[in-house]
Design a protein around this ligand. Structure first.
Ligand SMILES: [Zn+2]
Length: 424
């Protein structure tokens, strides 16, 4: 069976540029607006909220610094120490002793996907609620073609995303191949070279297959995903590959089914819908298991959870950074606070969680999405329909030099060889 989960999972082959279909979204203006002003020509598109984050450590992939962050109309206006704004209408957040980091970008999710005779239980609203509560402010979902038709698939996902509460992009899954698909791809992507990069998923980084042998079907079945979770040891190897940069980013393959759906396979494990949760847990788990332990630095954490994904999909530094002009998608993480995960507190619609009972350090206390505080003090404040499609332009940095390297490879083949007729 060729399914996106099977195609993706441990190693996601990214056919870059496969989703170059613009729907909307123009970048808000980047000009520095007068603090008390706002008004015409000043940003636009946002709800006018002004936020000042004071006293935190701003962590980008390229460096960490003590700085304040000033946000207006959904855009980062300034990042520097001691910003003063003479206006009572500015929401001030004290981030002393905390990290202010770009919101997570999850490159691999399946929201409201028809699969194995059912549909994943998180849609573009509940999935976004879970994401924002866990510090992820954008994801890239797989569009599944309708009977192999890419255009119909995209239309269907545009409708599914109407209830979105945060920004999102799309990958196009290619589930079958024929002349029509070939022509459609041609119209969506110009022919160009490709590079392959690897993306571990968070479940593969911290879980092992011992759960699959649990005598309780409800527990065992929730860990069924594809590719399967491997035996202990594989996860450490993947963590090493992520920390050394061999693998550049981490996703989730968030693809949730509740215990009733999983029970479709009670008498035949092949019928258990494949998939696990992760969109809400990824940021906390990577922080706790890799940054808190010292395996990666804070700047590396930002790189693997956000910046690299933004670069690969060619939306950096609009996303994946806290810089002047960037979208105001960010989190405030308190490294001193602890978390406990589980189905009773998560925001997914599933009644199970593969990280049930997992404890760790580092808490996303605040999530800001497009300049709005959407998660604070354990309370979500989100609006269906507020998310926007983010066009991911083709030919990002991974394409740099592709033509030259292809030409060098062809030249190295020493072919064709000109030969005369064979002699006796
Ligand atoms: Zn997948």
């Amino acid at each position: 069976m060729t399914t996106p989960c099977r195609l993706g999972g441990l190693l996601l082959l990214l056919l870059l540029g496969a989703v170059a279909v613009a729907i909307a979204a123009s970048h808000p203006a980047n000009e520095f607006c007068a603090a008390a002003g706002g008004g015409a020509g000043c940003g636009g598109g946002g709800d006018g909220a002004r936020i000042l984050i004071k006293g935190g450590t701003v962590v980008n992939a390229h460096r960490a610094e003590e700085a304040d962050v000033y946000i207006e109309d959904g855009v980062v206006i300034a990042v520097r120490p001691n910003i003063r704004v003479g206006d009572d209408n500015v929401k001030v957040i004290d981030a002393t002793g905390k990290f202010v980091m770009p919101g997570g970008i999850d490159p691999h999710t399946h929201l409201e996907m028809e699969f194995m005779g059912t549909v994943t239980i998180d849609d573009f609203f509940s999935g976004h609620a879970a994401a924002l509560a866990g510090g992820t402010t954008m994801h890239i979902d797989f569009v599944i073609p309708v009977n192999g038709n890419l255009t119909a698939g995209l239309e269907s996902y545009k409708q599914k995303a109407e209830k979105s509460a945060m920004d999102y992009g799309f990958h196009m899954a290619i589930t079958k191949w024929n002349d029509d698909v070939s022509r459609e791809m041609e119209s969506m992507v110009k022919d160009h070279g490709q590079k392959v990069i690897g993306e571990p998923v968070v479940s593969g980084l911290v879980l092992n297959d011992s759960w699959l042998w649990d005598p309780d079907f409800t527990i065992a079945s929730k860990y069924v995903m594809s590719p399967p979770i491997r035996q202990a040891g594989h996860n450490k190897a993947l963590q090493l590959a992520l920390s050394s940069g061999v693998l550049p980013l981490v996703g989730t393959d968030h693809c949730t089914f509740n215990s009733t759906q999983k029970a479709f396979g009670f008498d035949d494990f092949r019928k258990i819908p494949n998939g696990v949760n992760g969109i809400e847990e990824r940021m906390h788990i990577i922080w706790d298991s890799m940054a808190e332990t010292g395996q990666i630095s804070g700047t590396d954490y930002v790189r693997v959870t956000s910046t690299e994904c933004a670069k690969i999909f060619n939306i950096y530094p609009r996303k994946g950074a806290i810089l002047e002009g960037s979208d105001a998608d960010m989190i405030i993480l308190n490294p001193k606070r602890s978390f406990v995960m589980g189905a009773h507190t998560h925001h997914s619609r599933s009644n199970t969680n593969v990280y049930e009972g997992r404890k760790g350090k580092g808490m996303v206390e605040v999530t800001i999405s497009r300049g709005r505080v959407v998660w604070e003090d354990g309370i979500l404040n989100i609006v269906p329909g507020s998310g926007r499609y983010i066009r991911t332009p083709p030919f990002g940095y991974l394409f740099d030099g592709t033509e030259k390297s292809d030409a060098a490879y062809r030249a190295s083949l020493r072919a064709p060889v000109q030969r005369g007729k064979a002699s006796a």
